[in-house]
Write a protein that binds this ligand. Structure first.
Ligand code: ATP
Length: 834
């Protein structure tokens, strides 16, 4: 740091009086990061000061200016400010240090950046230190990073250095946390007290430049194969997506991508050296050394080393640097090109990287062998597929941000595991009876269409075609002779007496394995899911329709009832637990035996709320049905506090006391309920809720799941459909997780390294019957076996590559040792390293 750099750009001067420089907290390719205290601030705020290495600071600033010329607004927005609300893109201010003392005693003059201090450091560290993050926390992290990338790409900026080290982790401010705890949040875990910021974007224009700045940087392995192959081409959006794929993997597995592979390559090298020189094994640092005998070694690795060894490493690193400066690296360049077929079109880059053969080998495996970190079956299949798609070798095949967002949203909406599983699910007695009927009594005469044999038949045949997805169907059920003209699902299925007959019309385009009253998913135009916060509620009723989910068969039953007329009066005596109000109500109303009647399920959600308000008319406004609803009935509204109430919170109509109440309730339920369909557990809760009329009254107008009686309005069905869609997502994901779990069980023995991620801890979500069924199903497919075979094959292939590598390179296990025209220094080096 001895070069004196002038403040050519007139950056603000670092105020020695105001800021005190503290310990060094990080080191990157561009500079050294120090903690700084702002003495002028009342709370003695902490900042991070990144002092740019003189050799690269000019380049760093040039890159900034490049952006500045292109779009000054961007720079201002992205780089110049570090105060104010924390953003998903890390902001910093350029400053100039004029003869400033560092804690090490050095005096420094040059450029630096000043930014808010990330108290948890970077995401790489954070993930390693927080291995027990639950699934929804992880999804939240994924989503935040995705938002950051979207933010950049919108400004037509590629991040270009996306890696966990460049994602800073801040502790959420108290203010934020308070705000958060005062609202219920479905998607967000209460444990996650962090905020993320993407840093270091767009300062590296191309891989060749990066390789000049940080030739040994292992973390460059987040770089896409295209960038490695064509290092001068610059970064593209697709390259960011590739890195995002690796981040997805890292977030799922808590490990730095390729670290294992990198170590493995290092070990080969190590073994190789041992083969050639037994004495090398006695390096005093144990057999399981992670160190390469020829690599310059990062300080981090030396932390726990015996002092002697540390010193040797430092000396050796210095000598390697010297070697580089002697430009004696030609031979290893040759060696690399020959053996690794690295298609590098810039010799400079090869030279710079060639001192790190292991890294080059890794790059080659990434490019040529499409090597990627191992993805086990312990993660949900949708997540699994997203990783694979993002890091697809062909950039054009990677999903774009819109698609990724879609997938992440689906994942988030379906993260019923852990937090989201604890839906504050409340059912009235009647509703829960209806639900358990639906779930448990498949032969009940009132649910003819869920007749077990027929279901099984349909399912078993259809399973053969598409085992994972196709058994999801909607059974649309109406009463015989009911001729209502509403244009809902029933318009395609008008049921007569032969409701049970399979579709036998050969000209029908429908799946012949379905019965007439069953509709294939594909044939149902479900409107787009509204908002992020829809929630699968398991069971839902209104005056016409009962939607039940049959978790055993992954079937959504939309059960439509005729309007009640005196002729159809049928009292259902099975409901014995009505309260007095309901009994009175019974005297004036009728029930059909096959379904409970007219209990509204409400749910509060920032996204769906509007749509419900727009598309539905509260039952109380409905004159036609006034006879069938008592006011108490209407209070029989279910509330789902386990939702993001952010928007509602801002609504003055909603009392904050109620919100608090909901949160309390949520918390108490969080603790005991694992199964959202377990109505027994929630009944008590609901009873309590019922008494609190003001709560249900408060929300019912805005959020009742209802629609007007005589409308011909298609829109009114949106609410129905979105609920149905939620059900479908819910069951799909539930099943996928089960599959993942079962697969992980099967494959766990074969690979100890596989982490049994959150799916294992969620197993109590499922009842034994579920597990039994799925175990059988899984056992009957060969997919796991195939997976295992493939894994074995891949392992074999890797071994072959390894062996090939060892054989080919035995005679040149160390490029330095085999440097024929080696200088005195090199011979010294060889003696030293062996
Ligand atoms: N604001 C900050 N708060 C806390 N730690 C920080 C901050 N900025 C950087 N660090 C730490 O210092 C490390 C190196 O910083 P940074 O990544 O910005 O350097 P760099 O020279 O740009 O490196 P690279 O080019 O490898 O990304 C980070 O990984 C992080 O651990």
């Amino acid at each position: 740091m001895s070069d004196v750099i002038k403040n050519t750009y007139n950056f603000e001067l670092f105020n020695n009086e105001q800021y005190v420089i503290g310990e060094k907290i990080g080191e990157g390719s561009y500079g050294y990061v120090y903690k700084v205290i702002d003495l002028n601030s009342t709370s003695k705020e902490l900042y991070a000061l990144k002092i740019l290495k003189p050799s690269y600071s000019k380049r760093f600033i040039e890159n900034l200016i490049k952006y500045s010329t292109n779009n000054p607004e961007n720079v201002d927005d992205l780089y110049r400010s570090y105060r104010g609300r924390r953003s998903i893109l890390h902001k910093y201010k350029m400053i100039y240090l004029d003869n400033i003392f560092l804690p090490e005693g050095e005096i420094i003059t040059g450029y630096a950046t000043l930014s808010e201090l990330a108290s948890y450091g970077n995401l790489d560290n954070y993930l390693k230190e927080h291995k027990n993050l639950n699934y929804s926390d992880r999804l939240e992290i994924v989503n935040t990073i995705l938002n950051g990338i979207q933010n950049l790409h919108c400004k037509t900026i590629c991040h270009s250095a996306l890696k966990a080290e460049n994602i800073l982790v801040f502790k959420k401010s108290e203010q934020e946390q308070n705000a958060r705890s005062s609202r219920s949040s479905r998607n967000k875990s209460n444990n996650l007290d962090i905020e993320l910021s993407l840093s270091d974007f767009s300062v590296i224009p191309s891989f060749s430049e990066r390789s000049i700045i940080s030739p040994n940087e292992f973390y460059a392995s987040y770089t896409s194969p295209d960038c490695i192959k064509y290092p001068n081409n610059g970064y593209s959006f697709e390259d960011d997506i590739y890195s995002f794929g690796l981040l997805l993997w890292q977030i799922a597995y808590n490990e730095t991508p390729f670290l294992k592979e990198f170590k493995e390559i290092n070990n080969i090298k190590l073994n190789n050296v041992i083969l050639n020189n037994n004495s090398h094994a006695k390096n005093g640092y144990g057999e399981d050394s992670e160190l390469s005998p020829i690599l310059p070694i990062q300080n981090d690795n030396t932390k726990e080393m015996p002092y002697e060894f540390k010193k040797k490493i430092e000396e050796r690193n210095k000598e390697i640097e010297l070697l580089e400066s002697y430009n004696k690296i030609q031979q290893s360049t040759h060696y690399i090109n020959d053996n690794y077929k690295l298609n590098l079109n810039r010799p400079g880059r090869v030279e710079r990287h060639s001192q790190n053969n292991e890294l080059l080998k890794l790059y080659n495996l990434i490019v040529e062998n499409q090597l990627r970190p191992e993805v086990g079956n312990t993660i949900p299949s949708r997540y699994h597929d997203l990783i694979l798609n993002c890091w697809n070798n062909q950039s054009k095949k990677r999903p774009d941000l819109v698609k990724i967002e879609e997938e992440v949203t689906k994942l988030m909406n379906s993260s019923y595991k852990n937090k989201m599983i604890s839906l504050d699910y409340k059912l009235s007695d009647r509703q829960s009876k209806s639900l358990s009927k639906c779930l448990n009594d498949s032969n009940a005469t009132t649910y003819i269409h869920t007749n077990a044999t027929k279901k099984e038949k349909t399912k078993s045949v259809w399973n053969k075609f598409n085992p994972r997805n196709s058994i999801m169907k909607i059974i649309n059920k109406t009463k015989t002779g009911y001729n209502h003209s509403r244009s809902d699902l029933r318009k395609t299925v008008f049921l007569n007496d032969d409701v049970d007959s399979p579709i036998n019309d050969p000209s029908s385009s429908k799946n012949p394995l379905l019965y007439q009253n069953e509709i294939e998913m594909e044939n149902i135009q479900l409107p787009e899911q509204i908002g992020y916060n829809n929630i699968p509620i398991g069971h839902c009723e209104n005056d016409y329709t009962t939607i039940n989910i049959d978790s055993g068969t992954d079937t959504v039953i939309i059960d439509t009832n005729p309007p009640l007329t005196p002729e159809t009066h049928t009292y259902d005596t099975s409901y014995s637990s009505y309260n007095d109000v309901q009994k009175n109500y019974d005297a004036n109303t009728s029930y059909l035996t096959d379904t409970t009647h007219a209990n509204n399920v409400s749910y509060i959600s920032s996204g769906i709320n509007d749509s419900i308000m727009e598309n539905s008319t509260s039952v109380t406004n409905d004159t036609y049905y006034d006879n069938y609803y008592s006011s108490d009935e209407h209070e029989n509204t279910l509330i789902y506090p386990d939702l993001d109430l952010t928007d509602i919170e801002q609504d003055n109509d909603v009392d904050s006391i109620i919100l608090q109440e909901l949160n309390l309730r949520k918390k108490s339920i969080d603790d005991d309920i694992n199964d959202p369909l377990n109505s027994k557990q929630v009944n008590n809760e609901f009873n309590t809720l019922q008494k609190e009329k003001d709560i249900s009254g408060h929300f019912s107008n805005a959020t009742s799941f209802t629609y007007s009686d005589k409308d011909e309005n298609e829109d009114s069905n949106i609410s129905n459909y979105s609920v149905a869609k939620n059900y479908i997502n819910y069951t799909t994901n539930k099943r996928n997780t089960l599959f993942a779990f079962l697969e992980s069980k099967t494959s766990a023995n074969t690979n100890d390294d596989l982490e049994l991620s959150s799916s294992e801890e969620n197993i109590n979500f499922y009842d034994e019957e579920d597990i039994k069924q799925l175990t059988e199903k899984t056992a009957s497919t060969n997919s796991i076996k195939d997976d295992l075979k493939n894994a074995e094959k891949a392992k074999g292939d890797l071994n072959a590559v390894k062996n090939d590598y060892i054989t080919k390179n035995e005679y040149i296990s160390s490029p330095i040792a085999n440097n024929n025209d080696g200088s005195e220094l090199e011979r010294e080096m060889y003696r030293f390293t062996h």
